[in-house]
Ligand binder design. Sequence first.
Ligand code: NAP
Ligand code: ZN
Length: 349
Amino acid sequence: MPTIQAYAAQDATAPLGPFTIERREPGPEDVQIRILWCGVCHSDLHTARNEWKNTLYPSVPGHEIVGRVTAVGSAVTKFKVGDLAGVGCMVDSCGHCPSCAEGEEQYCDNGFTGTYNGPVFGGENTFGGYSQSIVVRQSFVLRISHPESQLAGVAPLLCAGITTWSPLRQWEAGPGKKVGIVGLGGLGHMGVKLAHALGAHVVLFTTSPDKIEDGKRLGADEVVVSKDPAQMARQADRLDFILNTVAAPHDLDAFLALLKRDGTMTLVGAPAERHPSPDVFALIFKRRRLGGSLIGGIRETQQMLDFCAQHGIVSDTETIRMDEINTAYERMLRSDVRYRFVVDMATLG
Ligand code: NAP
Ligand code: ZN
């Protein structure tokens, strides 16, 4: 098997550093991709540091991958050498359970295979996009139709984009709907852009007053500093849907109170520690719902990419070298990124 350069965490406390991995030769259904850009998701940090207590080491994170096809197997029809291609958070699933049959591979009853950190229900480790190349079954590879000049900004769509798109579509964000987005980070800024492009009235909730102008530029109709009780009180009972992207435990009741009767708040943020329990009365008196959502299926990811290409939507990025990843993690923890780090993979090896 060919060996390639990658960047890995060897344990929960060590900084990431150079590491050599093997990739399989492409089989009949496989697409081999030279990685050009890889976004830096907060899930990479949770995983590298074993914050979810399930990390397999060595850990090569990265699941916002854009690259160019360098080889295809004999049965591959979707791609040819030279095409642009994307890979998100999954590289395989069972293919026959009810969720897979409905194109919701992320909810595969037998556990999808994560792009990194192996199958979700245990098994061999997988290595993600902080690497020179990847080999993936064609059915888990996405087509990219954005202009080549926008590729760095396309990479974050493969996780931050689909993770916000899927619940926004599920809860029918669009004209006539008031949609709250909580947290202006990698996911949150895509949530604002997508909800705005879908035609919703967008209210951004941020803990960072210095992001107010950015929030408006990105498409928010209103920006609320969530630490200010008076600003929060003015939003009470107003929102049809709230998408909560925050990566740390916080008081959910403060946001549940902003939902109209029958409104829903969906959590996509996945903090290592639990949120304080929500107040049941905040839910029952207005028949409000609290739910969750995991990335999105492959078909839906393609729809999101095509929508973004048609509407000229990409992520706002700061590009970094691979050897800047440890500093980038520290800055991400301080919410000091506008709004997604993307690694220029030409800087590896
Ligand atoms: P990120 O770029 O770090 O953004 C998180 C944002 O949350 C920050 O920018 C900040 O926004 C806000 N925040 C951070 N700490 C906070 C605190 N203590 N109180 C209130 N707000 C706080 O992270 P990301 O990449 O968007 O990921 C967000 C979360 O989603 C992570 O937990 C990640 O693992 C998870 N995730 C889930 C899925 C899924 O399928 N469900 C997929 C991908 C990622 P402000 O400065 O605006 O307040
Ligand atoms: Zn992610």
